[in-house]
Write a protein of this length. Structure first.
Length: 158
């Protein structure tokens, strides 16, 4: 089995339910080991949209990276994600952050995720669940000392 980290986000509809549904679907191929808190995060790029609800999960899977990518994109499709504009609103977004310690670069997939180190909505929940993690030989604990990113706050359930 391979250790993976995925980022899940939504900013349309019933956000908590969207994430719960995505986790349920992901559990068909992933043994979910740990999930972060939910975080409310300001949009990156296109600002004229609702804030996001984000989280990160740590899990194990037998799927190779390309099959895992197809599986996660299939979940987005099943949940009716429609891509309208770059960084725009979405019902669900599932991104592969890390796959074991592999560095992968293909036309369809880049691991570690190419923008994860600049995104607070990824790094803060990732640090929460795996403060001992190293990414490309760098300690996440060290990376987080001077980290700056978009506004992020823990979600308080209604």
């Amino acid at each position: 089995m391979s250790r993976i980290y995925l980022s899940i986000g939504t900013n349309l509809g019933e956000k908590e339910k969207n994430i719960e549904h995505a986790l349920q679907l992901l559990s068909n191929e992933i043994k979910i080991r740990k999930t972060s808190s939910l975080y409310e995060t300001e949009p990156v790029g296109f600002k004229d949209q609702p804030w996001f609800l984000n989280m990160v999960l740590k899990g194990d899977t037998d799927l190779p990276p390309e099959e895992l990518l197809r599986f996660t994109k299939g979940i987005e499709s099943e949940m009716k994600r429609v891509k309208t504009i770059i960084n725009g609103p979405r019902i669900i977004d599932v991104d592969m952050l890390l796959y074991d310690d592999e560095e992968i670069e293909t036309e369809e997939l880049t691991v570690p995720h190419p923008r994860m180190l600049q995104r607070a909505f990824v790094m803060i929940p990732l640090y929460e669940i795996s403060p001992e993690l190293t990414i490309c030989g760098n300690s996440i604990k060290e990376m987080m000392k001077d980290f700056k990113g978009e506004k992020v706050q823990k979600h308080i359930n209604a």
